[in-house]
Design a protein around this ligand. Structure first.
Ligand code: AHR
Length: 502
């Protein structure tokens, strides 16, 4: 007799959360470590294109179908002079980069990054410096990038070889301005005021843009969530999104507790949503502020190594987390959490994209490869577009050090116009498989397409340039009969079950 655990779920066409904004599959490239130099850009690499961009990396990014990439920071943007990164490369200054204590040679800047984004079919989400600079630099930058011609900054762009404007639509008003590590840290009052005024000037230059205001750097900040409330109270009419950032780690090697951390993310999203709606009510406003979760990931593996890095070098290997299998499971659960909040989380950026806490790794002059976390990101980005459905789930639960009533099963489902349903599921149980029954009766005529599984005996297994030991297979055990899907979810596994109307 089988003693396997059981769970059940109903997924119904009409239990809809909201259309998925594809920008939740965004990512982030900061001038930090080897993200730019040695990551996306390496002119001497055998795979470099005519502009010095690595074609092997472009190919891996394109597979992910990343719709939007945040740039150029991150902490780096708070002391960045964007003018250093445009014009003839040989005239660009080498500067001390204060956030990460490196040398920035400015060989890649706004125009090159816009070119790279086009090559990977992504939009740019541009951040402006509200640390050391402010309204003037921000309005000049948007005139440079978005104004067609006939003015000082637009003509300067044209003289740099870019006749057409880049038309960047999404802009971040600074980065983590509450953080004491930020150059130009600001109180919520100070930040709210500069965000409002910079945003106002930027929208005067181009009224079609959308603006993201900084929220707290994470939920542990002493001023969370008052920082969000005060900022929005001041800048409500100028901004469109509030930013959330969160990183997790398994520092005490407690996988059960670690895999539950998306519950913290869920709580974070609910708190910020409530804060936005409180200010909306206070202002008697019709406008809704949505959430841009524009930095999220696992980040802890590289913390010790980073302390050994020599300051003031160009593109040292900073924040190079080597991700293991359990990290991929948590990343999968975090992506599921975004889908569960598709009505309010409209943008999200995995931080980051290449080499720096990233799904894609490279060797200088050498190979590139996929980290474990690449796969849940790939699967949700490719199959998770459409309308997010609300699975009604009944799952066995567990308690861990920081969480109670953690469902072993996490799930989200997306239904699209091509009449496909994708169900994303994590089984967090460390030892047991779970038999899941899914009531899919509203999807009459649908057939099972595939059941993809990411699993590994060893939670600490990693991928390297030489061997991809954590990779998905399509031999998941699932059966669809009379509108019910029965599936066996292996212990600690990421699952993608796809169905299509035949
Ligand atoms: O993504 C790495 C860093 O994390 C970013 O620069 C900063 O915004 C955050 O603290």
């Amino acid at each position: 007799m089988s003693h396997s655990l059981k769970a059940s779920m109903i997924i119904d066409k009409s239990y809809q959360i909201a259309p998925v904004d594809e920008r939740i599959y965004g990512s982030f490239i900061e001038h930090l470590g080897r993200a730019v130099y040695g990551g996306i850009y390496e002119p001497d690499h055998p795979e470099a294109d005519e502009q010095g961009f690595r074609k092997d990396v472009i190919n891996l990014v394109k597979q992910l179908q990343v719709p939007i990439v945040r740039y150029p920071g991150g902490n780096m943007v708070s002391a960045y002079n964007w003018e250093d990164g445009v014009g003839p490369k040989e005239e660009r200054p080498r500067r001390l980069e204060l956030a990460w204590r490196t040398i920035e040679n400015n060989q890649v800047g706004t125009n090159e990054f816009a070119d790279w984004a086009k090559k990977v079919d992504a939009e740019v989400m541009m951040a402006v410096n509200l640390g050391t600079r402010g309204i003037d630099a921000a309005r000049n930058l948007i005139e440079y990038t978005n104004h067609p011609k006939g003015t000082y900054w637009s003509e300067l762009r044209r003289s740099h070889g870019y006749d057409q404007p880049h038309n960047i639509k999404t802009w971040c008003l600074g980065n983590e301005m509450d953080g004491p590590w930020q150059v130009g840290q600001k109180t919520a009052q100070e930040y709210g005021k500069i965000a409002k005024e910079a945003g106002k000037a930027m929208k005067l230059v181009d009224p079609t843009i959308e603006l993201v205001a900084c929220g707290s750097s994470n939920t542990d900040m002493p001023t969370f969530p008052e920082y969000e409330a005060t900022t929005l109270d001041i800048a409500y009419e100028e901004v469109d999104f509030i930013s959330l950032h969160q990183y997790y780690g398994n520092r005490t090697n407690d996988p059960a507790n670690y895999l539950a951390k998306n519950l913290d993310m869920d709580h974070f999203i609910k708190t910020v949503t409530a804060t936005c709606d409180y200010i909306k009510a206070k202002h008697r406003s019709k406008k809704t502020i949505n959430l841009s979760f524009d930095e999220w990931n696992v980040w802890y593996h590289s913390n010790e190594a980073d302390k050994q890095i020599e300051p003031w070098t160009v593109a040292p290997p900073q924040l190079e987390d080597v991700y293991n299998f359990e990290d991929a499971l948590l990343v999968g659960s975090m992506l599921i959490t975004f889908l569960q909040h598709a009505d309010r989380v409209k943008m999200a950026c995995m931080a980051q994209l290449v080499n720096v806490i990233a799904p894609i790794m490279t060797e200088n002059s050498g190979r590139s490869w996929k980290q474990t976390i690449y796969y849940p990101y790939l699967h949700t980005s490719i199959y998770g577009r459409g309308v997010a459905l609300k699975p009604i789930l009944s799952s066995p639960k567990y308690d861990s050090k920081d969480f109670t009533d953690v469902p072993y099963v996490d799930s989200a489902a997306v239904f699209n116009e091509e009449e496909e349903v994708s169900i994303f599921i994590v089984n967090k149980h460390l030892h047991e498989s779970i038999d899941l029954s899914v009531d899919l009766r509203s999807f009459e005529g649908f057939q099972l397409v595939e059941h993809v599984v990411l699993e590994h005996e060893n939670l600490k297994a990693v991928n390297t340039s030489a061997e991809e030991s954590v990779k998905p297979h399509s031999h998941g055990i699932s059966e669809l009969q009379d509108g019910y899907l029965t599936t066996r979810l292996s212990k600690t596994s990421w699952n993608v079950i796809r169905l299509k109307n035949s």
